[in-house]
Design a protein around this ligand. Sequence first.
Ligand code: ADP
Ligand code: SF4
Length: 697
Amino acid sequence: MSRNPRYDILFDSVPIGPVTAKNRFYQVPHCNGGGYRDPSAVAEMRRVKAEGGWGVVFTEQVEMHHTAEITPFIELHLWDDEDLPMLAKMSEGIHEFDALAGIELAYSGVNGPNLYTREVPMSATALPIRTFTSDPVSAREMTKRDIRDLRRWHRNACLRAKKAGFDLVCLYGAHGFGVIQHFLSTVTNHRTDEYGGSLQNRGRLMKELIEECKDAVGDRCAVTLRLSLDEVTGELGFSNSEARDLIAMHAELPDLWDLAHGSWEDCSGPSRFREEGAQQELVRGIRELTTRPVVGVGRFTSPDLMVKQITSGTLDLIGAARPSIADPFLPKKIEEGRIEDIRECIGCNICITGDTTMSLSRCTQNASFMEEWRKGWHPERFPVRGPSRSVLVVGSGPAGLEAARVLGERGYEVVLAEGKAEIGGRVTLERKLPGLSAWGRVVDYRQYQLSQMANVEIYLESELNAEQVLEFGFEHVAVATGATWRRDGVARYHVIPMKTDPATPVYTPDDLMAGNLPSGKVLVFDDDHYYMGGVCAELLAVQGAQVELVTPAAYVSEWTRNTLEQATIHAHLVRLGVQVTLNRGMMRVDGEAVKLACVYTGSVTEREVDAVVMVCSQESNNALWKDLVFRADDWKESGITSVKVIGDAQSPAPIAWATYAGHRYARELDEPDLGDALPFKREVVVPEKGFRLAGPS
Ligand code: ADP
Ligand code: SF4
C-alpha cells in the first residue's frame, strides 16, 4: 500500500539551520526513566524510533554540567568526555535510518537540588529550589562571573554534543526546568542588573547562549530553543504574550523554535483533562513572527489533524513524545498507507511514571517500550512461533487481547474466549467513565489487528470452566480472567475485612460501572489511590449525589502525582462539589453512620450517609486457573502442555501491567526456559583497575 496523497505534506523535508529533516515528524525530547543508568536501553529505544520513520529523534533532557542536576530523577549526563561514547552510540543508531539526532541540553538552575553532586545550586535569583518534592535546598544568585562560566559551559557542551555526532542542539527553556526560562520568568528572575527587569534584559542570557552555541557548532549543528508558551502562574511569570514578544524580538535567533506549554503538567496533560492539539490557541500566530521553523506538541496521533497544523500555517513540524512512545512506527504507517495500524497513545501518562518513580518507563499501548535492548523486543517484529501450534486465551481484557495479538503475529492458531458479549474486559467498562474514553483505544487497536488475522478466532459469550477447557485440548492455555473490586474494604488501611452493617449499602467500582449508582449522601472511601476513587466521586457528583471522598492519604488520588494529574484531579473534584477529606481512614460502617479516624491522632468522627463506595483493592478472578492447576493430571490426556495465569487474574494492577503481561506471555511461549537466569540485559559497572574475583566459586 502507498500513502494517501492527502498526507504528502507531512513528508516534505524541512531545512533547520545547517541541517535538513527528511520529513515533518519530530520526536521532541522525552524522559524514559532509564537515562544514565540504562543508556543502551535508551539508545536502542531511540534507534527504533528512527527506524519507525521519525525525521528528528531527540534525547531526553541531558544534564550539561554537574552543578545542576535533578537527582533522584534519572536523565542523561554530559558532564565530561567520558559521557561521549554512550551519547555517540545514541546518535549513530538514529543516523542509521537517516534521521537527525537531537540532544537537549538542560541546566536546571533553580530546579536542580544537586543531591548527588552536592554543589550549591545557582540560578537567576536566590530562591528555594523548585521541585516536585520541595527539597530543603536553596539556589544562590548567579554573579556575573557565574554567568560567564555558564556561557562557557554551554559552549563546551555544544562542542561535545557535536563530537558525539548530534545534528541539533536544543537549549532547554521550558517546563520550569531550564535556566533560560528561569531568567525569562519574573517568578524566578528578580535581578536588577542587565539580566533582569525588562523582557529584553531577561532574554539576554538566552541570546548570549544561542549566539555562542551557534558560533561554536553552527557550521554543522542546528541550535534550537525549547520555550514555554505560558507559565500560567498568575500575575508574575512568563505569559503567552511575553513569549510572543520575545519571539518577535529574536525572530531569527535560534534555528528553530520548539514550543512547549508552561509546566510539564500543562504540557503533558492526560487525555482525562486535555484533548489532542490542546495547545493550539497558545501556538496560533507564532509562526508568522519568524521565518525559522516552528515545532509544537499536542499528543497528535491523527494524521488529518497533523496536516491541518501544517496547512493552517500553525506549525512546520509535528512534535510528539507520547504518540512516538505508543507507536514508534507512526510515521512509517502513515507513509505506507496503514493508518488503521497506528497504535494511538491513550493519554494515560503511565510512561511518565517511569521518570517520576525513577524506574524504567512503560507504556500502556506499547509493551515493548524500553524493552527494545533489555529484552530485544521490537515493537513491530516478532519471532515466528515455536514448535507448538495452538493456544487458548481465556478472557479478552487488555492482557488477553495483547496476548492474542502477539500470538497471532507469531503465527499460532489462537482462540480468544470471552464470557461477555463484548471484548475488552475492564477497558470496555472503564472507557465509559468520565474522562476515560480515549483509553478505549487499548481495545480498538487490538480489535482491528485481530480482525485482520486469519489465525485468530474470537468467541463471545463463552464463559469457560475447567471441564470445557480440558475438552477443547489446546496445547497452551492463558488464563486472563481479570479481577473484581473488593466490597470488604481490604487494601492498605484494612488488611482484613472491615466491619459493615447491611443497613448501609456498600458499592464497588464494578457496581458503578455496571450502571448501579447510589444517590443521596455517598461516601467514597479511596484506599486504592490511583484514578478510580476520584473518577467514581466525579461520576456520582455529576449524577447529582452529595459526595464526600475520604482517603487515608495526604492527597486525593495520591499515585496520580506520578502521572502529573493529581493537582488537576483535586481542583476538578472540588469544582464539582465533592467534599475532600484527607488523612482519614474508614474504621467501620455502622447502620447509617460511618466512623472515620484520623491517621495521625486516631480521633474519631462520624458521618451519616446513604451509601458507601469502597475503592480499595481488587481480587484476582483466578478460580478457573486454580481449577485447571488442580486438574494438572488431566492435561496430558487433553493435549495441554501449559496453563498460565496472566494480567489482573494473576495480580491486579493498572492496564499497562496487563498489556505487558499479555505481551510477555506471547513473546516467551516456546522460547527456551531461562531457569534462574536474569530475564533481561542490564548495564553493570565494572570496578576500576580490572578487579577480578579471586575467591572460591
Ligand atoms: P486483564 O486486565 O487482566 O486483561 P480484565 O478484567 O480486563 O483483565 O478482563 C478479563 C476478561 O475475562 C473479562 O472480559 C471477563 O468477562 C473475562 N472472563 C472472566 N472469566 C472468564 C471465563 N471463565 N471465560 C471467559 N471469559 C472470562
Ligand atoms: Fe500514551 Fe499512556 Fe503510552 Fe504514555 S503510557 S505513551 S500516555 S499510551
